[in-house]
Design a protein around this ligand. Structure first.
Ligand SMILES: Cc1cc2nc3c(=O)[nH]c(=O)nc-3n(C[C@H](O)[C@H](O)[C@H](O)COP(=O)(O)OP(=O)(O)OC[C@H]3O[C@@H](n4cnc5c(N)ncnc54)[C@H](O)[C@@H]3O)c2cc1C
Length: 376
């Protein structure tokens, strides 16, 4: 049995940042992988999109009040200052996203420097946790650990190849917490037969507007062999709850009576990729020709390109999902300390909570904001 005052499960984004703050205490990080921070490493295409210029609770799925409380005490400006003080100045890209300039390794090296001296036990997959006489007994593949405090920072279940697992939900459940069933998010959407025409467009990308629930998302859509993906679809997947979505494939075009007065053909009038335009109208039974030749009923059909409604079949699954939606219910967590309201000394950080951010650096920011809220 190895004893430490505080044990963290996981050595990813939230655990490393929190450990840096408590490194003068007797802490240990238990990580199932052979290396720490594997998800940070591949994040943002290897350059980790750390945070976003525009940060608000409305960029997240979850309890707005809880999210706001956590973000307010360590927001994107605080994070950028923290990094700057330690020599890392992320670069702004795509208008509002901050990335590591050279690679995610810059962020990982910074965090590792901050926690130098802390005990990190790699290849220690946590299998179960019990509480005995006021202490947590943590069973790993190799040995058992005992601690007064336990911080669960083991992330979500997407990308199992990077060490993801459901231990956080198991622990939460065992200690009396409610857990919202996990589902894949920030992931491509698959298609029903009626939309299979989209599969032939694999590789084509265009700017769209997607309506899903009460959210409107304007960004690029990419057609793929398995369905649709790209930033607009990944964000839509976060808010999609098995039902219809609506796509405006030409958000830059106003389609009114004046639009139909031209002799231009469809494929030239819309400013969208020709192969897409042809396939779209073929799928709704309209042949490419001069716009002024359309009958009134055909004009109505044509307008579907601005409000194409359909129900995706599902999504590409956890193996392709950047994050996991669902998780430990936040109403049972104290937003001032991140401690469980059900069990003294038990804490939850990061993605294992029922809070999921949009694409754009919101999930790493969340992991770090929760780490700063941790009060042990
Ligand atoms: C491909 C990809 C790209 C992404 N890009 C971005 C991006 O650019 N920007 C952004 O904001 N977000 C991005 N994300 C999401 C982001 O990486 C995560 O939301 C974030 O890392 C979550 O931090 P965390 O500390 O909660 O968990 P993690 O960083 O996932 O850390 C959890 C750690 O716990 C370990 N663990 C799990 N189970 C056990 C166990 N039983 N015992 C011991 N250890 C265990 C895991 O191995 C892992 O190291 C991306 C995700 C993926 C998959």
């Amino acid at each position: 049995m190895i004893n430490h005052e505080i044990v963290f499960i996981g050595a990813g984004a939230s655990a490393l940042m929190a450990a840096a703050r408590y490194k003068n205490r007797d802490i240990a990080l238990l990580e199932s992988n052979e290396k720490v921070a594997k998800k940070i490493k591949i994040s943002g295409g290897g350059r980790c999109n750390i945070t976003n210029k525009n940060l608000s609770f409305s960029n997240y799925a979850g309890d707005g009040d809880f999210i706001k409380k956590v973000l307010d005490s360590f927001d994107q400006k605080d994070l950028l200052n923290y990094l700057k003080k330690r020599g890392l100045i992320p670069v702004l890209q795509k208008k509002d996203q901050y990335f590591c300039k050279r690679g995610s390794f810059e962020l990982i090296e910074l965090l590792l420097k901050e926690i130098s001296g802390v005990d990190i036990y790699t290849k220690r997959k946590v299998l179960s946790v019990e509480k005995e006489r006021g202490s947590f007994i943590i069973t790993t593949q190799k040995e058992k650990f005992r601690s007064k405090k336990l911080v669960v920072a083991s992330g979500g279940v997407s990308f199992k190849t990077l060490g993801a697992g459901d231990i956080a939900y198991k622990i939460a459940h065992d200690f009396g917490h409610s857990v919202i069933s996990p589902s894949a998010a920030l992931v491509g959407l698959s298609l029903q037969k009626e939309q299979f025409w989209m599969k032939d467009l694999s590789g084509i990308s265009l700017g769209v507007k997607i309506k899903v629930g009460d959210k409107e998302i304007k960004d690029d859509l990419l057609f793929a062999h398995r369905g649709i993906t790209g930033p607009s679809v990944l964000n839509a997947s976060l808010y999609w709850e098995k039902g219809q979505i609506e796509i405006d494939f030409v958000p830059h075009k106003k389609i009114d009576e004046k639009f139909f007065k031209t002799k231009k053909e469809f494929v030239l009038a819309l400013g969208a990729p020709k192969r897409f335009v042809k396939a779209f109208f073929a799928s709704i039974g309209l042949k490419n020709r001069a716009l002024c030749d359309l009958s009134e009923s055909e004009k109505e059909l044509f307008k579907k390109i601005k409000s194409y409604t359909f129900a995706p079949a599902g999504n590409f699954g956890f193996s392709k999902a950047e994050v996991t939606k669902g998780g430990v219910c936040t109403n049972e967590i104290d937003a001032d300390t991140m401690m469980s309201k059900k069990c003294d000394g038990l804490y939850f950080l990061g993605e294992c909570l029922n809070v999921t951010g949009e694409l754009g650096g919101y999930n790493i920011q969340w992991a770090f904001s929760t780490a700063f809220k941790l009060k042990i």
